[in-house]
Design a protein around this ligand. Structure first.
Ligand SMILES: [Zn+2]
Length: 121
């Protein structure tokens, strides 16, 4: 099982704790009973570097409650290097698409009340 606390501790260190299929090597971000790729039931915990590129994002200018002090920010989907993993997180101070070209290098730098924190590399 993946514990939330372990996942958060890894994210604080710039790492991603994943569940790797022991048969095909497919990585999963959440605990699953069957590999989403091959249906195998065996997994092991694998820690990967929280680095990659921006796949897509949404700039938030109208914040949900509790995030008023943080706008504008971006909610980012990142392609993790050397895997098919996609992970989403928070990037502060993004005002317009000019601030964040798609494909730019980014990395996980922490975890707080926003969730995973992503910054430009
Ligand atoms: Zn598999």
């Amino acid at each position: 099982m993946l514990s939330k606390e372990e996942f958060i501790n890894n994210a604080k260190g710039g790492k991603i704790l994943t569940r790797k299929c022991t048969k095909c090597g497919h990585l999963h971000l959440v605990t699953t009973y069957f590999c989403q790729n091959c249906g195998n039931k065996g997994f092991e915990n694998v820690i990967v570097d929280g680095k990659g590129t921006v796949a897509t994002y949404t700039i938030i200018t109208v914040p949900p409650e509790g995030y008023e002090k943080d706008v504008p920010y971006a909610w980012i989907v990142m392609n993790v290097d050397n895997s098919e993993l996609r992970i989403s997180g928070f990037m502060a101070n993004i005002k317009s698409p000019a601030d964040l070209p798609l494909g730019i290098r980014v990395k996980i730098t922490g975890y707080d009340e926003h969730g995973i924190i992503i910054e430009k590399q």
